[in-house]
Design a protein around this ligand. Sequence first.
Ligand SMILES: [Zn+2]
Length: 348
Amino acid sequence: MFARRPGRDNALAPVGMGSHLDSQPTGGKYDGAFGVLAALEVLRTLNDLNYETLRPIEVINWTNEEGCRFAPAMLASGVFAGRFDLDYALARTAPDGASYGAELRRIGFAGEAEPGDHALAAFFECHIEQGPILEDEGKTIGVVTGAQGQRWFAVTLTGEERHAGTTPMPIRRDALVAAAQLVERIQRIALEHAPDAVATVGSLSVFPDSPNVIPGGVRLTVDMRNPDDSELSSMKEALLAALGEIAEASGVAIEHEEVWYTPPVPFDPDCIGMVREGAERGGYPHRDIVSGAGHDAVNIAAVAPAAMIFIPCADGVSHAEHESATPEDVAAGCDVLLHAVVSAANRR
Ligand SMILES: [Zn+2]
């Protein structure tokens, strides 16, 4: 959804600002909605002051950012940025059988414009941090310099199911014991790539999952993230070394598949500068920060200069109903967005 406010020269590409209005099943009221309402507030402020920018500006709501009913996430901004085909997006199907395209028509969101039909001179997105860093350091504004890279792996460990009472310890090939060692190693890999690395085993299933059978099979997932691509590669190498060592020592066969890789996305230095300048002019305590999560602005960065503005959220909590941010921090985010958007919209 695009709402355009004209500028003095409407032949120039507009400056976009916005985020998303969809949420998670138990999501709060700030993740996404704050960025769209902040953009509306900027637009209203310009109207109140009768302020005319050189370029037009646009309030943008990117549909289906969370991807919880229609996977994948960040779908509409991905189509706009050319990462996904329109037909692919419209054919996405929910677990209840509904298609994305049909649901867009049903709720009146399916417009006439071709996705990606117009260039953006710049794009800015306000968002709650969704983590604890700004709050812990007493900062009001996070100047987001980019998004970290991700590598996801699916790992399968195959040992041997045998009787838990009659099989002596030395001859066992217990897939869960090997998996436990692997989980610990993965945590250590992240700690050894401090301070920016994170690594998570978020899903693990045991076969045959019976109290008196030695586990013969385990499947688990690995999610590794780092803002530096060479550090992320080094984490992958450390993981592969761990798989080999644990397989060798335990007699458990370990197979892996890399199921997802996205390199780190740096935001545009000029746009980052406009955000930082807005924070400084407003007198807001600020720091540079890398986004741990994916955002629409990360997609848009492929087709337009982009940057983001983070504000703190209580206890760093997001994707939960008790997600919260203070009115003062929300206002500061709007203020910095106003400054950045006006700066970009007055540049030829
Ligand atoms: Zn969001």
